[in-house]
Design a protein around this ligand. Structure first.
Ligand code: ZN
Length: 720
């Protein structure tokens, strides 16, 4: 999916959001009032179906929660179906409810197990009698028709921005809190189902913007940008309304939205966050779960982050009762855990058909529980930050702007292959506090950067930070307007030369040693004998301000047919395709080519090596961890109160690029870990497969062999 389609699909767009001051959090820091957010480490979600009451066995579930050491539960309460004897008018009780109260029974059982309890509601659909009583609560299509539910014709789709949510669901949340006092209310599909054209949305948007609601033309409609702004503000109002309603009943309880279209606001308003990225589908890569965790952490910091995972297939045909293979589920959850998520399994239906998943989740949770103290992370130790734009926008219709999301995907994959631990950095949070942990920032075609953001990058570099940037980084200002030159051309040491070339057929990069010393630059490690490698697909033309080393230069396009004519017309143009500035501690590398996107699309191992070497050269400090051995392994490094951990997630598998995994294929690894300065290692453990491995202490590094990594190994080092 390219970035433009992504925008259309999700309704997320470049940041004109009003960022408010963090709200005052009642219950935090008040003596005697313990906050519960950080306590649960393993979550269980049981989403009941309407005919569960009287048919499912709640004690089976309570026993299972106990067995797997789940310490947080999310339980179906209300919304489209109420699983308790509600008295809110029009709140639909399960037709099988009778005199029972399955939600109340489960709440009581979970409380006895000392679990945190979140009530789940789903407001996105409703019934015929609600339609008849309040036709204005129903969502309306662009054609002006009330919307039947797309999957269940008995139901209607509700409007998220009008009285159904603001009035009716507020009463539901109030009643649930009054009666059961859960620690939070989590609403699924609370944010609407596409643009709604009902009377409330039409008048509300008109009042806000003076405009009519946007049509189906996405970004080409000028009202679209305003609409995302209005709908985001409206959802924020709803969040605050529900949150205050809930806190009035119990001050430590929270409203927890299932997703919000702005991560910075999410970080400001939340005390606990859950991601709903349940499994991979299509050609999603297995590291995708870790990427979602990193993107959220960039905005929420170290607040507790739960990772909702599915035990079934998550493909477009939505087999909600299915069971996924063990290997696939294990690697997906391992990626989340290695990247700081707390696992949250979700299962629909209290009556089970295929029960194979129970043992899979049990195995995962037992390992997690056993090692809990090594999973209570204080902070990641990665020194590399990969900048991402949360709210991108279309830069124009030129061919080199297509598939621009591939820049960051390519860079992400290159870092995984290089086994370099890294975090992600939100481009709206480039202040010194957020950049403090990092020595190197990577800017994979971060084309839009405001003057303020450019200044923040300058400050980072002035403080000794390094940069690696590609392609059109900083060529557009904060409003998305093209500048005459890069916003940080002073840092790159080059200026924009008014053109982008490509797609380039049959063009190459000449790699060569320094003409005076005959030495190859470190960015050419393992490429010394290549002479030349394939070029990127597009290149920005630039003019250097001064003299640069020239390890990588351009061999321009030459005919690729007829074969008799396939010879370079210009064997080496001397034009640099990598600009390296060494300013002592700080180093800057700028690629005019779209090497990150080309890497994602072509997967050339040479591009991967050049990216790895350049990142390591720019980092210019001793690596926190080095992992040598076969395969593809994601590496993350964390600090806990009395320990540090290195997570190794093994993705080496023929099903890596297209799941699901069938089996786990173990790899071994030689690992060298830098001990934080001033600390000593007092114990070393392989926490997943067990055993105290043979290790050596070499100066300030622990060096060991991990004999077999199946899905996940955690090296735990006790520190004194
Ligand atoms: Zn509406």
């Amino acid at each position: 999916m390219d970035r433009r389609n992504f925008i259309k699909t999700t309704g997320i767009i470049a940041g004109a959001y009003a960022i408010t001051e963090p709200i005052v959090l009642e219950g935090i820091g008040i003596p005697g009032l313990e906050s519960w957010f950080d306590k649960p480490m393993r979550w269980a979600q049981l989403t009941l179906v309407e005919n569960d009451p009287g048919r499912f066995d709640p004690d089976f579930w309570l026993n299972y929660f106990k067995k797997i050491h789940a310490d947080g539960a999310t339980l179906s309460a209300g919304g489209v179906v109420a699983y308790y004897p509600t008295d809110v008018p029009l709140h639909h009780r399960s037709a099988w409810l009778g005199k029972s109260d399955p939600f109340g029974y489960l709440v009581e059982g979970c409380r006895k197990l000392d679990m945190a309890i979140i009530a789940r509601t789903d407001p996105h659909a409703t019934w015929q009698n609600v339609y008849e009583a309040h036709p204005d609560w129903i969502a309306v299509s662009a054609k002006g028709e009330k919307r039947h539910h797309w999957a269940d014709p008995e139901l209607w789709v509700t409007c998220a921005f009008g009285p159904y949510n603001f009035e009716f669901m507020t009463l539901v949340h109030k009643e649930i809190m009054e009666r059961y006092q859960p620690d939070g209310v989590f609403s699924n599909r609370w944010a609407g189902s596409g643009i709604c054209y009902c009377e409330h949305c039409r008048s509300g948007f008109k009042k806000y913007s003076g405009m009519d609601l946007p049509g189906r033309n996405g970004l080409s409609d000028p009202a679209f940008l305003k609409y995302t702004e209005w709908s985001t503000n409206r959802l924020k109002e709803l969040w605050l309304l529900w949150d205050s309603t809930i806190r009035k009943q119990k001050s430590s309880s929270r409203f927890i939205p299932n997703g919000f279209p702005d991560k910075v606001i999410t970080g400001q308003l939340s005390d606990i966050v859950f991601t709903d990225h349940q499994a991979r589908s299509g050609q999603t890569l297995p590291w995708s779960n870790g990427k979602v965790a990193k993107e959220l952490r960039a905005s929420i910091g170290m607040k507790p982050l739960g990772g909702i995972f599915s035990v079934g297939f998550e493909e477009q045909y939505r087999w909600k009762d299915s069971v996924q293979s063990e290997a696939e589920t294990r690697v997906w959850v391992a990626e989340g855990t290695a990247n700081g998520m707390r696992p949250w399994f979700t299962k629909f239906s209290g009556v089970l058909y295929d029960k194979r998943w129970l043992d899979i989740v049990d195995k995962i949770y037992q390992v997690h529980w056993r090692n809990e103290r090594y999973l209570r992370n204080i902070n990641p130790l990665a020194r590399v930050g990969l900048v991402f734009s949360e709210h991108s926008r279309s830069l124009g219709s030129e061919s080199w702007h297509e598939k621009d999301i591939d820049h960051s995907l390519g860079m992400y994959h290159a870092l995984i292959e290089a086994r370099i631990p890294f975090e992600m950095v939100n481009d709206n949070l480039l202040d010194p506090e957020h950049l403090k942990p990092f020595k190197l920032l990577i800017l994979p075609d971060i084309a839009i950067l405001s003057d303020k953001q450019c200044d923040e990058l300058r400050r980072f570099v002035d403080g000794g930070g390094s940069l690696v940037a590609t392609f059109e980084t900083s060529l557009y200002d904060g409003d998305g307007k093209m500048r005459s030159d890069f916003g940080i051309s002073d840092l790159f040491g080059v200026s924009y030369d008014k053109n982008v070339e490509g797609p380039m057929q049959n063009s190459y990069l000449r790699l060569k040693s320094d003409s005076e010393t005959n030495q190859f630059h470190p960015v050419l490690k393992e490429l010394e004998n290549a002479f030349r490698i394939i070029n990127t697909i597009f290149r920005v033309k630039v003019a250097p301000h001064g003299i640069f080393p020239s390890p990588v230069t351009l061999i321009p396009t030459y005919p690729d047919l007829p074969m008799e004519e396939v010879y370079p017309r210009i064997p080496d143009s001397g034009t640099r395709e990598l600009y390296l500035s060494d300013k002592g501690n700080c180093r800057i590398a700028y690629f005019p080519g779209d090497i990150d996107r080309s890497f994602w699309q072509i997967m050339s191992a040479d591009h991967g090596k050049l990216l790895r070497n350049t990142v390591l050269w720019a980092l210019n400090e001793e690596s926190i961890v080095e992992v040598i051995g076969p395969g593809v392994v994601d590496v993350t490094v964390w600090r806990q109160e009395h320990s540090m951990t290195v997570h190794l997630v093994n993705m080496t598998n023929p099903m890596m690029m297209k799941g699901p995994f069938r089996e786990l294929i173990p790899v071994s690894a030689q690992v060298s870990i830098k001990i934080p300065s001033g600390m000593k290692a007092s114990g070393l453990h392989l926490l997943v497969n067990g055993g105290d491995p043979k290790s050596e202490l070499k100066e300030n590094r622990v060096v060991l062999t991990v004999p077999q990594i199946y899905d996940h190994e955690i090296i735990g080092i006790d520190l004194v």
